[in-house]
Write a protein that binds this ligand. Sequence first.
Ligand code: DGL
Length: 265
Amino acid sequence: MTDTRPILFFDSGVGGLSVLAPTRALLPHAPFVYAADNAGFPYGTKSEAEIAARVPALLGRLAERYHPRIIVIACNTASTIALAHVRSALELPIVGTVPAIKPAALASKSRVIGVLGTDATVRQPYVDNLAAGFAADCLVLRHGSAELVEAAEAKLRGETPDPAIFARAMTGMTGQPGGDRLDIVVLACTHFPLVEAELAAASPHALAFVHGAEGIARRIASLTQGQQWPGAPGPGTIVFTAANPDLEAMRPALRSYGLTLDETL
Ligand code: DGL
């Protein structure tokens, strides 16, 4: 019998699409469900306690409904806060998304790297540990931006966000002491690769960006190696945790990611 169990991607909003895209490219026959917790959006301004309580409970409900073969927490905020809670609550392989500080430190020539995430992510001990473990000889400049998350959502609705938002995000790092030597920025929120071109255009000096999406896609491929996939990919489903008034505006972008069906949890 064909194994039709999907890969379940999870984020507060559309950010996880930046992880879904390289995974689909690598595993074109994989059925997938993309869950957007729009009822809880945004995560980046919430407390650790709220995220730690909300995410495992929600993923439990999603796992019961969709019987995924693997869950991908395509959200840095949820992963840096709740990955361990989710892993202990669910008996399924769970892949997290955490800031790509290691590859940034390997690539940086100036030894000044930026971590651009949500307010919640950039203050996490998880990030302290990554910086201490992989970038101990680097100056790590952190900046949290909630408006950048909103800008990425707006872009997916077909809107053009105010360029000042991207300029503020970049100067939030380059304006810190040592920021003039910044040569690589970790996009530590899955929404941010969706606006990478706008961030690059707004940067006061040329620099590189790095994020973990391709690495996560390879990790998913390795964890599902040897498993069966249906002969042809079915329609991708996006499930929202509340009715989404922006769904029609988002539909063209969702379709471009292969998401043609929608449901509400
Ligand atoms: N996309 C999410 C992340 O990677 C969170 C965005 C938000 O809800 O604030 O952190």
